[in-house]
Design a protein around this ligand. Structure first.
Ligand SMILES: Cc1cc2nc3c(=O)[nH]c(=O)nc-3n(C[C@H](O)[C@H](O)[C@H](O)COP(=O)(O)OP(=O)(O)OC[C@H]3O[C@@H](n4cnc5c(N)ncnc54)[C@H](O)[C@@H]3O)c2cc1C
Length: 300
């Protein structure tokens, strides 16, 4: 950083950036203290420039999308948080669909439906972005990102270079990918969909939305399923059978509608949620000998 320009000014020269920025309103959990710096790039160039400046200044940078799979510390997050939700765009490319990392999954699905392309309907209703979905290999109703992904264009923050990752190189498995091992940021991804009937695609998306509405506590803030699916059975079923529905610590509560969700019932802190996760794990292990693995990621 040069002597007479602050780091915030450097980030601000690239795109909108705030200091001590409250994160809660951007997380689906509505939990999270201030980010030391929070930036909203609109283009791939801005995102890469932010990462470069942060690195040059020894500042840790973290890239989030919809913050829908995260538990952000109520104490705040040090360094630079980059939210990609303004970096969006979708286009057709040789019969495939290319989407910028910050594109909402609902926008991707609506685009595909308008083009009468099927295969992405399972993503409808997942409140994340393309980048987050690729990182998580998001899935629902028997579909997952690995079924439709062709490639991603990524930024390697270690080598400062842009590269193309084939579907195989993503190493996608159940809620798992290469991105937890390699310093890669998704800039855009390409999806292969099939020609379908517009009305059928719309009808499927509508039916899946209704299914979610009936089974999930969509009227309360959450980060979706808290735990991964165990090797046998379902996390929600174990939690329900353990009698934990409605268990509350502070403002965090095991959902009464879907025991696999923890909801923010009002004023929950990240500590409330962490304690409730631990209590749930302990009880399920004590009663059924099953060790639940957390799917949502704690960020501090
Ligand atoms: C009500 C509800 C229902 C849900 N239902 C489902 C479901 O059915 N299936 C499912 O799989 N998930 C579900 N989720 C969880 C979540 O929506 C998904 O995991 C989603 O894919 C996360 O996307 P995101 O953009 O919010 O990622 P974030 O939560 O912002 O980030 C998740 C991870 O991805 C990384 N990341 C984000 N963007 C990038 C990028 N551009 N490059 C590299 N890394 C990046 C982050 O650093 C972080 O490690 C649900 C959540 C809620 C709240």
């Amino acid at each position: 950083m040069s002597e007479n320009i602050t780091l915030k000014e450097e980030f601000n020269n690239i795109c909108e950036c705030f200091e001590n920025y409250p994160l809660a309103k951007h997380s689906t959990f509505k939990i999270g203290g201030p980010a030391e710096y929070c930036a909203f790039p609109k283009t791939v160039g801005e995102l890469c420039a932010l990462l470069t400046i942060a690195k040059m200044n020894g500042v840790r940078a973290r890239v989030f999308g919809g913050a829908s799979n995260l538990l952000l510390s109520s104490q705040g997050v040090a360094g630079l948080v980059i939210l990609t939700t303004k970096m969006k765009g979708i286009s057709l490319e040789n019969g495939c669909v290319r989407a910028l990392a910050g594109t909402r999954l609902s926008e991707l699905c609506n685009f595909a439906a308008r083009e009468s392309l099927c295969g992405a309907e399972f993503l409808f209703g997942i409140p994340g972005t393309v980048g987050g979905a690729v990182y998580m290999n998001a899935g629902a109703h028997g579909g997952e990102v690995s079924h439709i992904l062709v490639e991603s264009i990524c930024y390697d923050t270690e080598k400062d270079e842009i590269l193309t990752l084939t579907a195989e190189e993503h190493e996608l498995a159940y809620r798992q990918s290469v991105f937890s091992k390699r310093p890669l940021i998704v800039l855009s991804s390409l999806f292969k969909l099939c020609k379908g009937e517009h009305a059928e695609i719309e009808a499927k998306m509508k039916a899946l939305t209704e299914k979610r509405r009936q089974s999930q506590p969509l009227d309360m803030p959450s980060a979706g399923s808290v735990f991964k699916r165990p090797s046998a059975g379902f996390a929600g079923k174990y939690i329900e059978d353990a009698g934990l529905k409605g268990l509350r610590i502070g403002g965090a509560e095991v959902s009464r509608k879907h025991a696999g969700f923890i909801v923010n019932a009002g004023g929950a802190t990240s500590q409330d949620v962490l304690e409730l996760i631990e209590k749930t794990k302990e009880e399920v292990f004590r009663l059924f000998g099953v060790m639940l693995e957390t799917e949502i990621m704690y960020i501090e």
